[in-house]
Design a protein around this ligand. Structure first.
Ligand code: SF4
Length: 735
C-alpha cells in the first residue's frame, strides 16, 4: 500500500479511537504491552471483559496519545484463539491434557535431561514478560537448574546495543531520555524508522521539530517515512555503517569540532581510535557507502556545530554488520564532542519490546541481576549468596540461542522451553531452525494456539498475557512503569510468573519462589539492585502509579529518579568489566573510545543472487503477528507478506504491482507480492519479517522472510545479522 494512503487510514483509525461502543464500568491503570516507547494507558473493563483502552493523559511519555497498535490492544485479550488448555503430544498430535499431567511430564523430562548435566536444558523466551517474571525465570534457570542456556528473543533486536554500551560505558543502559528529544538541536536517526516502529516517540519528535526547528538527519538505505521528512537522508549502502561513522569522526577531528577537555578527562583510547579513523576520509567512505563525500561532510558539520544532538538507533545498527562495534562508534561521536550527560544530548537505543529492558536489568538472559557480569566471580558469589545457592551452580559462560541450536544438532541440548516467542518465524535460516525444533523435546508456552512454533511442541502450556497480570515494565528511557491486572486469563491459562513458581515447586525449590504476588518478587529484586547502576530500591508499585513511572537509578523513597546517566562525566568502567572485554581495564571512570575497521559483509550480491535483501518491520504488525494478525483493524491494512522493489528493477524484469514473485537465497525461497516503490534503491529489496507460513483460515503461503536470511551472527553480541543477505527475484511463471 502507498505510504500516503496507509497514513490516511491509520489517522482515520486513530481519530476514531479504535474502541468499541461499550462504556466501561472500570478503568484499570496500565502500560502498553507492545513497543518500548512505553505509553501509559487505561484498560476499560465491563462485566469482566476488556472493551476499550484510552491513553493516560497524565503519563509523561505519551500525554494521552496512543498509536494504532495501542488503541486496539484490548482486542488481543478475548480472541477465540486464546490458548485455554495445556496439551501434550500423543501419536503425533497435540491433545488436551490436565495441567497436572502436562506439568508433571514437563518436570519429568526436565529431570531426565538434567542427568546429562544442566547444559542439556535450554530456555528461550521473550521481551514481553513482566520484570518480575524475568527475575523469577533467571533465578529458576541459574539458581536452580544451573543452565548456561538462557536466552530471549531480545538477542535478535537489542543485544548489540547492550554490548556496545558495556564496551563504551562499562555497563548496559541507555544514557539519555525522551525529554532530550524535546531539547536537541539535531536528531540523528541512525538505522531506525521511528515513524513506524515507535510512533508516539515520532509524534513527539515531529511536535518539537515544528516548535523548535530541530534538524533531522536520517541514515538508512531505505527511504522510510522518517527519511522522507528529514533535512538530510544518508541513503548508505547496506552493511556500511562503520565506514560512515568513522568518516563522520574524521571530519569532526579535521574541523576541530571535538571537545579536547572532555576527551582528556573522561575517555581513554583516543590514540588507538585515531589510528583507525585516519583511514576514512569522506572520499574513501563515499566509495564504500555510496554517499557523496559532501553529504558526509555536511552531516558531520551539522552534528559537530550543534549545541545538542540525540542519536537514535535501532535495528539498522543492531542487525547489521559489526553491530556492537557500530554502537561503540555512535557512542564515540557523543564522547568526542562531549555531547552526553547534558540536556538534549545522548546516544539513545530504541528498544522494540515493552519489557526487553527489564529482561536486561534483572538478568533474565545471559547477564546476572543488576547488570552483574557472569564472568566476574565476585558477582557470581554475590548472587549465589543472595539466593542461598552454591556459587558453582551460577553459570559463568552464558550461551545464546544460535549456540543452543548448534547444541540441538550435536545432541547435547535435549530439552528446550520456548516462551512468548515464535522462533519458527523469527530466527534466521528457517529450514534449519524448524528441523532442530522438531528434533529437541520442546515445551512451548504461549498465549495463542495455533501458532507456528507450537507445530513442533511436545507440550503446550497456555499463558496469561498483558492486561491479565500485575507487574512492571521498563521502557527505552529506563522508566519503570506498572501495569495492573484488568481481566482474568481464559481457561487454564496462567501467568508465566505462576508457571515458574509451579515448576520450581515441582523441582523441590518452591521455597525460593514463595512470593505471594509479583510485588514481593519485585521487593526481592530491589534488594539485589541496591547500589548497582540500575538501582530500583527506592521504587514501589504505589510510587510508579502515582508518579507516572520512575527512571533508574532510584535508590530511596524520595529519589525522583534519574532522567540522564553520566551527568558528571563518570562512567561505570570498573575493572569488573575487564573480564568480559579484555582490552578494557580502568578504575578511572573513563569511557572507552573504540577504533573499528570496516569489514565487507559475509554475503554480497553476485550474478546468481543479485539483490541486497533488507528485512524489517511495518507499523501495523508486531513481531511475528501472533497478536496483531488477530486484530482485524490492523490485519486488514497488511494481511500478507510483500516485498518492496524499485520501479526500475521491476520494469527491467517485467514485474507489475501486486504480482506474486519468488525470492530465493542460498537458504530457501518464499513467494510474496511485489510492491513497487521508490522506498528502496535499485538492486535492493525490503521484506517485512512479520509473516509466517502457517496462517489457518487464510491461503497457505510460504512467506516467512527468514527462509532467506543468513544465520551469521555479530561476533561480539551474537546478534544475528538480518540486514545483510543477497537473493534473486523471479516471476512465478518463470520459476
Ligand atoms: Fe504502544 Fe508503542 Fe504505540 Fe505507544 S507507540 S501505543 S507503546 S505500540
Amino acid at each position: 500500500m502507498d505510504n500516503t494512503l496507509r497514513q490516511t487510514i491509520q489517522s482515520f483509525i486513530a481519530e476514531n479511537n479504535g474502541s468499541s461502543k461499550e462504556v466501561p464500568d472500570e478503568w484499570v491503570y496500565s502500560t502498553c504491552g507492545y513497543c518500548a516507547v512505553g505509553c501509559g494507558l487505561y484498560i476499560g473493563v465491563k462485566d469482566g471483559q476488556a472493551v476499550t483502552v484510552q491513553g493516560n493523559p497524565h503519563y509523561p511519555v505519551n500525554q494521552g496519545n496512543l498509536c494504532i497498535k495501542g488503541l486496539y490492544e484490548w482486542k488481543v485479550l478475548h480472541h477465540p484463539q486464546r490458548a485455554k488448555a495445556p496439551m501434550v503430544r500423543q501419536d503425533g498430535k497435540l491433545v488436551v491434557a490436565s495441567r497436572e499431567d502436562a506439568l508433571g511430564l514437563m518436570v519429568q523430562k526436565l529431570s531426565q535431561a538434567l542427568v546429562s548435566g544442566p547444559s542439556a536444558i535450554g530456555i528461550y523466551h521473550t521481551g514481553q514478560f513482566l520484570l518480575e517474571e524475568y527475575y523469577a525465570l533467571g533465578k529458576l534457570a541459574k539458581g536452580v537448574l544451573g543452565t548456561p542456556n538462557l536466552d530471549s528473543n531480545t538477542r535478535l533486536c537489542m543485544s548489540a546495543a547492550v554490548h556496545g554500551y558495556i564496551r563504551s560505558f562499562g555497563t548496559d543502559g541507555p544514557p539519555g531520555c525522551y525529554a532530550d528529544l524535546d531539547l536537541a538541536d539535531v536528531i540523528f536517526v541512525f538505522g531506525s524508522n521511528p515513524a513506524e516502529m515507535h510512533p508516539q516517540l515520532w509524534r513527539r519528535i515531529m511536535y518539537h521539530r515544528s516548535q523548535n526547528g530541530t534538524k533531522l538527519i536520517v541514515a538508512d538505505p531505505r527511504s522510510t517515512l522518517a527519511a522522507e521528512v528529514a533535512d538530510m537522508h544518508l541513503a548508505l549502502r547496506p552493511g556500511t555503517n562503520v565506514a560512515l561513522l568513522n568518516s563522520l569522526v574524521y571530519v569532526l577531528i579535521e574541523e576541530n569540532l571535538i571537545d579536547p577537555a572532555f576527551i582528556e578527562t573522561h575517555t581513554t583510547g583516543y590514540e588507538e581510535m585515531l589510528r583507525v579513523v585516519h583511514s576514512y576520509p569522506p572520499e574513501k567512505a563515499a566509495e564504500i557507502t555510496g554517499l557523496s563525500a559532501e553529504a558526509i561532510r555536511e552531516a558531520a558539520l551539522l552534528f559537530g556545530r550543534s549545541r545538542s544532538v540525540v542519536t537514535l538507533f535501532c535495528q539498522g545498527v543492531n542487525q547489521s554488520m559489526a553491530a556492537a562495534d557500530t554502537v561503540t562508534l555512535i557512542n564515540n561521536l557523543h564522547l568526542l564532542t562531549g555531547k552526553i550527560g547534558t540536556p538534549g544530548s545522548a546516544p539513545l537505543s530504541l528498544t522494540g519490546q515493552a519489557s526487553a529492558m527489564s529482561n536486561r536489568e534483572v538478568g533474565g538472559s545471559g547477564f546476572l541481576p543488576g547488570f552483574r557480569n557472569p564472568a566476574n566471580p565476585v558477582h557470581r558469589q554475590e548472587v549465589a549468596d543472595f539466593w542461598g545457592v552454591p556459587v558453582e551452580r551460577i553459570p559463568s559462560q552464558p550461551r545464546d540461542i544460535m549456540q543452543m541450536l548448534d547444541m540441538i544438532e550435536t545432541g547435547e541440548l535435549k530439552f528446550l522451553w520456548v516462551m512468548g516467542t515464535n522462533p519458527a518465524v523469527s530466527l534466521p535460516n528457517q529450514e534449519r531452525v524448524r528441523k532442530l525444533l522438531d528434533k529437541v523435546f520442546l515445551v512451548v508456552q504461549d498465549v495463542y494456539y495455533p501458532m507456528e512454533t507450537a507445530v513442533y511442541a511436545d507440550i503446550f502450556l497456555p499463558a496469561a498475557q498483558w492486561g491479565e497480570k500485575t507487574g512492571t515494565y521498563t521502557n527505552s528511557e529506563r522508566r519503570v512503569s506498572i501495569g495492573y491486572k484488568a481481566v482474568e486469563p481464559p481457561g487454564e491459562a496462567k501467568a508465566d510468573f505462576e508457571i515458574f513458581q509451579d515448576v520450581a515447586r515441582r523441582l523441590g525449590a518452591g521455597e525460593m519462589f514463595a512470593w505471594p504476588s509479583t510485588e514481593e518478587a519485585f521487593a526481592e529484586w530491589q534488594r539485589l539492585s541496591q547500589d548497582r547502576p540500575n538501582d530500583m530500591s527506592g521504587m514501589t508499585y504505589r510510587r510508579l502509579e502515582r508518579e507516572g513511572g520512575l527512571q533508574w537509578p532510584c535508590s530511596s523513597p524520595d529519589d525522583p529518579g534519574t532522567p540522564r546517566l553520566y551527568t558528571d562525566g563518570r562512567f561505570n568502567t570498573a575493572a569488573e568489566t575487564a573480564q568480559a572485554y579484555g582490552q578494557f581495564n580502568n578504575e578511572s571512570g573513563c569511557a572507552k573510545l573504540w577504533g573499528v575497521e570496516y569489514q565487507i559483509p559475509p554475503e554480497t550480491p553476485d550474478e546468481e543472487y543479485p539483490f541486497w535483501l533488507n528485512t524489517g518491520r511495518i507499523i501495523e504488525h508486531y513481531h511475528t503477528r501472533t497478536k496483531t494478525k488477530r486484530v482485524p483493524e490492523l490485519d486488514v491494512l497488511a494481511g500478507e507478506g510483500f516485498v518492496e522493489m524499485n520501479p526500475a528493477d521491476a520494469e527491467a524484469m517485467g514485474i507489475t504491482e501486486g504480482e506474486k514473485v519468488r525470492l530465493t537465497s542460498r537458504r530457501g525461497w518464499i513467494e510474496v507480492k511485489a510492491m513497487i516503490k521508490n522506498t528502496v534503491a535499485r538492486g535492493q529489496l525490503f521484506l517485512p519479517f512479520h509473516f509466517g507460513d502457517l496462517d489457518p483460515g487464510e491461503e497457505h503461503l510460504k512467506q516467512a522472510a527468514n527462509h532467506l536470511t543468513l544465520d551469521w551472527v555479530d561476533p561480539i553480541s551474537k546478534q544475528p545479522i538480518f540486514k545483510v543477505a543477497s537473493c534473486r527475484v523471479n516471476k512465478i511463471r518463470g520459476v
